[in-house]
Design a binder for this molecule. Structure first.
Ligand code: GLN
Length: 544
């Protein structure tokens, strides 16, 4: 029997609903249940693929090529369950499906309305592909009280009514702020937020209360009384030193017990939390520290590189070191030649994914620094493309080397590809086609060259599958010329047409990859490339 847990949020945004949902998933999993997580987002974009990282943070890409909300990254990192296209629906995507059906004549002359057509569609997507799961946790984006989320709230209200309490549960995340002048925690915002929910017909059964200090018993009782929930179901959600400490903290406060009790499931026995305890122990007591410079463009908005920052932390967990990140805006290397000195203090340099020309010269400078000074280097997607351009310009003497992303150039070492194969299928796109959903997206295989660093990093694997999100490719026609100057193409698509990985045999650790390995890293299973990169940084720092 599949049970649905709906997670809503109130009072203010950014309370960490995604982490809350992911942590609940991890707890139920630790109790032996099979879970799946999904998210409903109230904005009108069909997916976040066309949104600026400044607006939306990272775009998380699934194996099947969906561009999704970054919370899906938390779901995967906390549960190891890989998300698919079916797990993230925006208002825009719901409407666009309903309107397309209307154009096809699907509604047979009926008037198409928010209720029931949009809400029916929402109920359909929530329940799609959920067979075989014990729990489906559905996070509703936005804050209760927003006009935008109303159709989603109406749909989950209806669905819970249809499923009944034995198969549905509402968990509401709120804020219990501390007011210094009064010296008190305030429960009123929570009361108001629950009232908003009641106004749309939803009575939450569990409240997760974000607060920065313990909630006294009488305040807890007050919340329970006014919000119509059991006192035991008012669960304090304390600020944690690491997001990976949240599942343990929720368990200590009784979240999993209350969820099981609601569904009439056995609350006896303890969840298997060993994996989480080990991660938390390592994060709390590292044996050393390495500093990694992340040379990118969106460095003042850390949400833009969420998975990357997490994957670097995982690499640190693998070596029991703390990874300090020095976010460097690559443009500083363009404005000031001396700025590159900042890189002298770091143990590794990472150039992450990115779009557009601004800051590229600075990124190329950072690659050159890493190559010449033999600092461990990791280039991801755009970062690999910059590494290839750097080798072409500074080593192969191709002064006009660039990417056609920035306009026509003399030596297009990185260029637009309009056709590629996935299995037996050929996918095509037009240079002037839609921007949304037209990149090379999702998991593709790569073959790893024998006796290469990357093969060693992947523990000897001959073929790997990694997730992509890019429009441009390294031009294979330059392969021989670049290999002559020391940039080895050690990973290729199976047909040999697309360079997937480059490395430098004459360098301690220099790898560029066209894909995004950070998307698949887990705290309990650090990605081999991040494990390898941080390992190289540890050696550079002479910690071993
Ligand atoms: N802008 C580059 C491209 O589209 C790289 C994209 C990325 O780093 N994700 O190919």
């Amino acid at each position: 029997m599949t049970r649905f847990v709906f997670v809503t949020g109130g009072v203010v945004s950014s309370l960490g609903k995604g982490i809350a949902a992911a942590s609940l998933g991890a707890l139920l999993q630790a109790r032996g249940y099979k879970v799946r997580l999904r998210k409903l987002d109230p904005y009108l974009n069909v997916d976040p693929g066309t949104m600026s990282p400044y607006q939306h943070g990272e775009v998380y890409v699934t194996d099947d090529g969906a561009e999704t909300d970054l919370d899906l990254g938390h779901y995967e990192r906390f549960t190891g369950v890989h998300a698919t296209k079916a797990d993230n629906w925006t208002t825009g995507r719901i409407y666009s499906d309903v309107i397309a059906a209307e154009r096809r004549g699907h509604y047979l002359g009926g008037t198409v309305q928010v209720i029931p057509h949009i809400t029916d569609k929402i109920k359909e997507v929530i329940q799609a592909e959920t067979e075989g799961y014990d729990f489906v946790i559905v996070e509703v984006g936005g804050t209760v009280g927003d006009i935008e989320s109303l159709p989603f709230l109406e749909a989950i209200r209806q669905l819970a009514n249809e499923l009944g309490p034995t198969r549905s549960l509402f968990v509401h995340l709120t804020l219990v702020p501390y007011i210094p002048s009064a010296g008190e925690l305030k429960t009123k915002p929570t009361q108001h937020s629950v009232k908003e929910l009641l106004g749309v017909g939803i009575q939450p059964q569990i409240l997760l209360c974000r607060c920065d200090r313990p909630i006294p018993e009488n305040e807890r009782r007050k919340i329970a009384l006014f919000c119509n929930v059991r006192p035991e179901s008012v669960i304090p959600a304390y600020d944690a030193s690491s997001i990976y400490a949240v599942p343990i903290s929720y368990h200590e406060e009784g979240l999993d017990r209350e969820v099981l009790r609601h569904f009439g499931l056995s609350i006896y026995g303890e969840p298997e939390m060993g994996r989480w305890q080990r991660i938390v122990d390592r994060i709390r007591a590292p044996e050393g520290e390495v500093t990694i410079a992340v040379v990118g463009k969106y460095t003042n908005l850390l949400d833009a590189y969420k998975s990357l920052a997490e994957a670097l932390t995982h690499g640190g967990i693998a070596h029991n070191v703390k990874v300090r990140l020095d976010w460097v805006d690559s443009q500083i290397f363009e404005d000031d030649e001396a700025a590159v000195a900042r890189l002298e203090k770091v143990n590794g340099i990472l150039v992450p994914g990115g779009f557009g020309e601004r800051g590229t010269e600075g990124k190329i400078e950072a690659v050159r620094f890493a190559r010449e000074r033999r600092v461990p280097f990791f280039g991801i997607c755009f970062g690999m493309q910059m590494a290839v351009i750097e080798a072409a310009r500074n080593q192969a003497g191709l002064k006009g080397a660039s990417s056609t992303e920035f306009g026509p150039c003399a030596e297009p070492v990185v260029g637009l590809l309009t056709e590629w194969t996935r299995g037996n299928l050929v996918e095509r796109r037009a240079a002037d086609g839609d921007l949304g959903g037209t990149m090379r997206l999702g998991a593709f295989p790569a073959r790893l060259a024998e006796e290469s660093l990357v093969r060693e990093v992947y523990d000897g694997a001959a073929e790997i599958h990694e997730r992509h999100r890019h429009r441009y490719e390294v031009n294979v026609n330059y392969k021989d010329r670049l290999e002559e100057v020391g940039l080895r193409f050690s990973g290729m698509s199976p047909d040999g047409a697309l360079p997937e990985i480059v490395e430098r045999p004459d360098h301690p650790w220099f790898i560029g990859v066209q894909f995004h390995p950070e998307l698949k890293s887990k705290p309990f299973d650090p990605h081999p490339l991040f494990r390898g990169f941080i390992g190289a940084a540890v050696r550079q720092a002479r910690l071993v």
